[in-house]
Design a binder for this molecule. Structure first.
Ligand SMILES: NC(=O)C1=CN([C@@H]2O[C@H](COP(=O)(O)OP(=O)(O)OC[C@H]3O[C@@H](n4cnc5c(N)ncnc54)[C@H](O)[C@@H]3O)[C@@H](O)[C@H]2O)C=CC1
Ligand SMILES: O=C(CO)COP(=O)(O)O
Length: 330
């Protein structure tokens, strides 16, 4: 019998809804907090989330609320709020000791904080973990086979949450490397934008493969400098997710990049979207953090400048290709 019988999910976007459905599919009670009243109404009345996860039929044991106070009496909370909005939501979370499992992929502007760093500030008494890997929401909601990293410094917590979330088609692999899991997810979003740019600009598959390899080298340099383990970065939360989102137009980050690669202005591509491409938020943040640490991240830096409209695609590609030749190990 798992001690995590009642899960809550904070954040009713595509990924929060899919995770809620993962747990609720066999009839387990799950409570979902969504900030949008239309999402709450549709989940409760129609067992659907037409705003963020259209097409997925949800279990009746999944109920939604717009009131964070309703998330007090649960055994574990999956936190799936995009990183730019996470601090404000954590500050409003009711007091409690249920573990927080962070499922968002990004780094906060200004503080350079990852979700776990925010939790140390705002919910220090709660245990915390990170869930990250190659996991398109609509595939998890449809019950397609998926593997993911579940990282927590506390090995009992990681094992307990992994057991509670595991399903025949959903395999969590446990790790103690929370830093690696967070860095892998944040950096791959930025690199997915870069791969989308290559695709949108028609630069070919050799260029994409080069970008995935050299992007992975960037992720590894940045991760190792911050204490991540190489095997985490080469695993599901790093390379695995990088490959998924750099090769599929199901990725919002990749499609944002495709638009940039076709020459569409970043501002227009970002306007009016209710869904997030976290890499657009994280690129300038990771670029600034790397610069401050003296870590070379040319692809991340280029994505940051393209998203900010500070350079054009042709110019950026020319600048990347004219960098001095160097050894592959750097
Ligand atoms: N969609 C996916 O397949 C996956 C997404 N993720 C990550 O999960 C996180 C959440 O992404 P999705 O669920 O896909 O979101 P989404 O793009 O489907 O929906 C946007 C979400 O942002 C929230 N939001 C917008 N403005 C807000 C505000 N001012 N305050 C609080 N929340 C606000 C909305 O309520 C909604 O939950 C991101 O970090 C993403 O990188 C991770 C794995 C898979
Ligand atoms: O993180 C994801 C899959 O692992 C989803 O990627 P996008 O946010 O780019 O759609």
């Amino acid at each position: 019998m798992t001690p995590y019988a009642k899960f809550g999910v904070i954040g009713g976007g595509a990924w929060g809804t899919a995770l809620a459905q993962l747990v609720a599919a066999d009839g387990a009670p799950v409570r979902l907090w969504a900030r949008e009243e239309d999402v709450v109404a549709a989940v409760n009345a129609d067992h659907r989330n037409p705003v963020f996860l259209p097409g997925a039929a949800l279990s009746p044991s999944l109920t939604a609320t717009a009131n964070l106070a309703d998330m007090a009496d649960l055994d574990a909370l999956l936190v799936v709020v995009p990183v730019p909005f996470l601090r404000a939501v954590l500050a409003e979370l009711p007091a409690g000791d249920a573990p927080l499992i962070f499922c968002s992929k990004g780094m906060e502007a200004g503080s350079f904080a990852f979700p776990i760093d925010m939790a140390r500030d705002l919910a220090p008494s709660r245990p915390h973990a990170v869930l990250s890997g190659p996991t398109f929401a609509h595939e998890v909601a449809a019950g397609l086979p998926t593997a993911i990293t579940l990282a927590a410094a506390d090995t009992d917590l990681a094992a307990g949450i992994a057991r509670a979330l595991a399903r025949p088609h959903f395999r969590p692999y446990v790790s103690t490397d929370v830093v690696g899991a967070e860095i892998g997810g944040a950096v791959k979003n930025i690199l997915a934008i870069a791969c989308g740019i290559v695709d949108g600009a028609g630069l070919g598959l050799n260029a994409r493969a080069a970008l995935i390899s050299r992007g992975f080298a960037e992720m590894t340099r940045f991760g190792l400098s911050r204490g991540a383990q190489a095997e985490t970065l080469a695993g599901l939360a790093g390379l695995g997710d990088l490959v998924l989102t750099c090769t599929s137009s199901n990725s919002r980050n990749f499609t944002l990049g495709q638009g940039l690669g076709r020459g569409e202005p970043a501002e227009a591509l970002m306007a009016d979207r209710r869904t997030v491409a976290e890499g657009a938020f994280s690129a300038p943040v990771v670029a600034a953090a790397a610069r401050a640490d003296g870590i070379d991240m040319p692809i991340t830096d280029t994505v940051a400048r393209l998203v900010a409209g500070e350079t054009r695609v042709a110019e950026a590609i020319q600048a990347l290709l004219s960098r001095p030749l160097r050894s592959e190990g750097r």
